[in-house]
Design a binder for this molecule. Structure first.
Ligand code: PHE
Length: 360
């Protein structure tokens, strides 16, 4: 081969390459590279033939050869990046890479748990009435959970069948337990702060109950109390009425039933008209014989325990019961949540089923 033949061949190869690369499909890019630039490719073979030329020829031919090689390589690189799989997915029939036309993966957002939602809702109502939030420990001692609350030694709730006591080696710690209600927060707050006190305290409580649709060994309560001069039953009734009506509508009626809790006197259980049948007791006005499944036909739902704080409780907190008085109430949060969300089985709250959780 003469030098000019070699040069002609070089330009032929380049022209052919330019023609081929113009219409190359992504899957043929590699084959194109091998055909021209691979070890046994057309250009590589031609370049190897240079060694047969005398040195002066070799120099100038070599320069042309190398500059065409570089040009071809950079064209190829450009083509590769412009035909990357992302852009050619549709053209290649969707077999490889990423289809940019598909919607992206959604980000999983956290959502608020129905119990937290309910706590926030209750807290909001009481905060508007001037209450503030206090907290207390889950691990309590006998004194704060029972003794200071005027709960006698023989009271059944102190029984190990109802209360989780902490088994500790240290005999001093023998009276530690998981709080069975939020009422010990009354004691802790009243020991630390002087009246007037308007406090709510939502939180977890623990009882030795078997799990079923309406019981759990861990559940939530909200405690509320108001201590000042001349606070009494009338203040309690007004506050409960405002609170319940705010949550369940102004046509809801309340009923106070005398009841006994050692830490209040007088004590009451507070019922409200059933939110489902609005107090009628039947499933619908059209079917008067069919009992409302929520209130079981009574028209009333038991919502909370309450009363006027017992003088012994005030004394335990070094408060003079002649000077100070107050009311207190305690309510199960699950009960409110079940009514707000129309849930019949409280186990749903603890199972962390995303179908429930993601609804809020
Ligand atoms: N602590 C009581 C309970 O757990 C509720 C309650 C609180 C009753 C405050 C009266 C006053 O059942």
């Amino acid at each position: 081969m003469t030098p000019s033949e070699w040069r002609d061949k070089l330009f032929q190869i380049k022209d052919a390459f330019l023609k081929d690369i113009g219409g190359v499909s992504p899957e043929n890019l590699d084959a194109l590279e091998i055909r021209y630039l691979g070890r046994k490719g057309e250009l590589s073979i031609l370049l190897r033939e240079l060694k047969d030329f005398p040195i002066e020829e070799r120099k100038s031919l070599g320069q042309d050869g190398n500059s065409i090689k570089t040009e071809m390589e950079s064209l190829l690189a450009g083509k590769k990046s412009s035909l990357s799989p992302i852009k050619t997915q549709a053209a290649s029939g969707g077999k490889t890479g990423i289809d940019v036309t598909l919607p992206g993966y959604p980000f999983l957002k956290g959502s608020i748990h129905p119990i937290s939602f309910t706590v926030n809702k209750l807290a909001e109502v009481f905060m508007r009435l001037g209450f503030t939030i206090a907290d207390g420990p889950h691990i309590e001692d006998d004194y704060h959970n029972f003794e200071a609350l005027n709960i006698p030694q023989c009271h059944p709730s102190r029984d190990a069948q109802d209360t989780f006591y902490l088994a500790m080696k240290d005999s001093q710690a023998n009276n530690l337990l998981l709080r069975t209600h939020t009422s010990p927060v009354q004691i802790r707050t009243m020991m630390k702060h002087k009246p007037p006190l308007r406090i709510i305290s939502p939180g977890r409580v623990f009882r030795r109950d078997a799990l079923d649709a309406s019981h759990s060994f861990v559940f939530h309560q909200i405690e509320g109390f108001y201590v000042d001069r001349n606070v009494g039953m009338a203040d309690l009734k007004w506050t409960m009425e405002a609170f319940i009506k705010e949550l369940f509508g102004s046509d809801t009626r309340l009923r106070f039933r005398p009841s006994y809790f050692p830490f209040v006197e007088p004590g009451a259980e507070v019922d409200m008209t059933c939110v489902f049948c609005r107090g009628r007791g039947n499933r619908s006005a059209a079917v008067p014989n069919e009992k409302c499944p929520v209130c079981k036909g009574s028209g009333w739902l038991e919502m909370l325990g309450a009363g006027v704080i017992h003088p012994n409780v005030l004394k335990a907190c070094s408060m003079d019961p002649v000077q100070w008085s107050g009311f207190a109430f305690g309510a199960g949060i699950e009960r409110f949540a079940m009514l707000l969300f129309e849930i019949r089985d409280m186990r749903i709250f603890y199972e962390n089923d995303l179908r429930i959780l993601k609804q809020l």
